[in-house]
Design a protein around this ligand. Structure first.
Ligand SMILES: Cc1ncc(COP(=O)(O)O)c(C=O)c1O
Length: 424
């Protein structure tokens, strides 16, 4: 079954907006085949991104990899210029690497931690980041302290300020802006202001927020910001980025360096090339890099403030529809500000993975994802949860798609109550 453009959405949002996002849907081949609520996992790529990747790869096959790199240098410079425009920094403060985790690790593991150093992080910290803290705790004897949350689920800034006032001063503030497993958006600008006032470096994992909402690294006052292509930017997999202010870059070296970012000057010496290139590695998928450039440019063309407004509106609508119409649903998003990630549990279905599979088996498939405790253990433990279903919406989703998801969940719950065949 092919999905029609959403007439319900047009009626609900006014014809001008409907024209804009209906066009975005038409530019997204996947919208004809699936109902995609896994934008926080990997969003559907617009045709221009697919074209950029395929074109690059085809040129490599015809001309050779290194030669294509020279021929298509404009395409390869696009991620730097477009990200710099979007994040309000300079292109040479951007590095393109293989993933958000690589970008983050390049910064984090480059910090020369000493025994007794303190790392401040948030309750909803991403699992891979927290694993890195534990590894450094084991190797170097650092201490990890978790900043408390306010009752409504934001970072408790007075508590952060108290932790920052400790002597010796903490070595780093490092948080995930939007957690992997719920819709909350931490007030990263307030965290950045507190860290800057205390003179403590601030590393912001913006993997789930970059491309979803407007971000300005000057306003956020982060020393380093990391993210990926495949989520809300709608780019290809296998590529990520970091932005680093020029002054922060001067402070520490990257965890791993190579001849692409550093100049080997003598038997006992090297210097870094200018800018964030020092965080990059020589080898990365150039086709993915070109595709990421096209994706960030597409994001700029759509106007990220407009995308963000529609994403929030759709997510709020979905939360309301779920809570009003699906018996036994519990919305699991807590936070003063929420985003496009809608997390929930169903009392009739403890096995979230089975629900995900059942939704994916429908025609058209409905894609949602499951977040488990390992992805953000402190937060899951605090909320007494093992796993949640995650429907992450973005601006190209339609109101009609929300309706299809809610009806499917109603059917599933009804059927479970009656012991019927849709029970999973
Ligand atoms: C908050 C957060 N940080 C980092 C990552 C890791 O991104 P990547 O898999 O691109 O390294 C994720 C992935 O889901 C995430 O949700």
């Amino acid at each position: 079954m092919h999905l029609r453009p959403s007439s319900m959405g047009a009626a609900a949002s006014g014809s001008r907006e409907a024209t804009w996002w209906d066009k975005c849907r038409a530019e997204t081949p996947g919208c004809k085949h699936v109902i995609h609520f896994n934008n926080g996992g990997a969003a559907l790529q617009p045709q221009c991104v697919l074209d950029a990747v395929q074109h690059y790869q085809q040129q490599e096959a015809v001309w050779g990899g290194y030669e294509t790199q020279r021929r298509l240098s404009r395409e390869l410079s696009l991620p730097y210029t477009a990200l710099a425009e979007l994040l309000n920094c300079s292109p040479n403060e951007i590095a393109i690497v293989g993933s958000a985790t690589s970008a983050w690790a390049q910064v984090f593991h480059g910090i020369p931690f000493k025994p007794g150093d303190v790392i401040l992080t948030s309750l909803a910290e991403y699992g891979s980041n927290y694993l890195a803290y534990l590894q450094v705790q084991k190797r170097s004897g650092v201490r990890v302290e978790v900043i408390q949350e306010t009752p409504d689920g934001d970072i408790n800034i007075p508590h952060l300020q108290q932790l920052l006032a400790q002597q010796p001063r903490p070595a780093l503030v490092s948080i995930s802006h939007v957690p992997t497993s719920s819709g909350r958006v931490y007030d990263a600008a307030a965290v950045g202001a507190a860290a800057a006032a205390a003179g403590v470096p601030f590393l912001l994992d913006a993997c789930q927020s970059a491309g979803q909402m407007p971000l300005d690294v000057q306003q956020l006052r982060c020393d380093f910001l990391t993210g990926t292509s495949r989520k809300y930017f709608r780019g290809p997999r296998g590529i990520g980025f970091l932005s680093s202010s020029s002054s922060s870059m001067a402070g520490w070296e990257p965890a791993m360096i190579d001849i692409h970012g550093a100049h080997w000057t003598g038997k006992d010496s090297y210097t870094f090339y200018d800018g964030a290139v020092r965080y990059e590695q020589y080898e990365v998928s150039m086709a993915a890099k070109a595709g990421f450039g096209a994706a960030v440019q597409y994001c700029l063309q759509q106007d990220i403030a407009r995308c963000w407004q529609r994403t929030q509106q759709l997510a709020e609508q979905l939360r309301q529809m779920l809570s009003q119409r699906v018996p036994g649903v519990t919305l699991q998003d807590r936070g003063a500000q929420l985003c496009g990630i809608v997390s929930f549990t169903l009392s009739s279905h403890a096995d979230a993975g089975a629900v995900r599979e059942w939704l994916e088996s429908r025609q058209p498939p409905i894609n949602v994802s499951v977040s488990g405790a390992g992805s953000s253990r402190l937060d899951f433990t605090a909320r007494g949860l093992q796993e949640v279903l995650r429907a992450s919406v973005t601006y190209y989703n339609s109101e009609q798609e929300l309706e299809v998801l809610v009806q499917a969940l109603q059917e599933l719950v009804d059927s479970a109550q009656q012991g019927g065949k849709s029970r999973v």
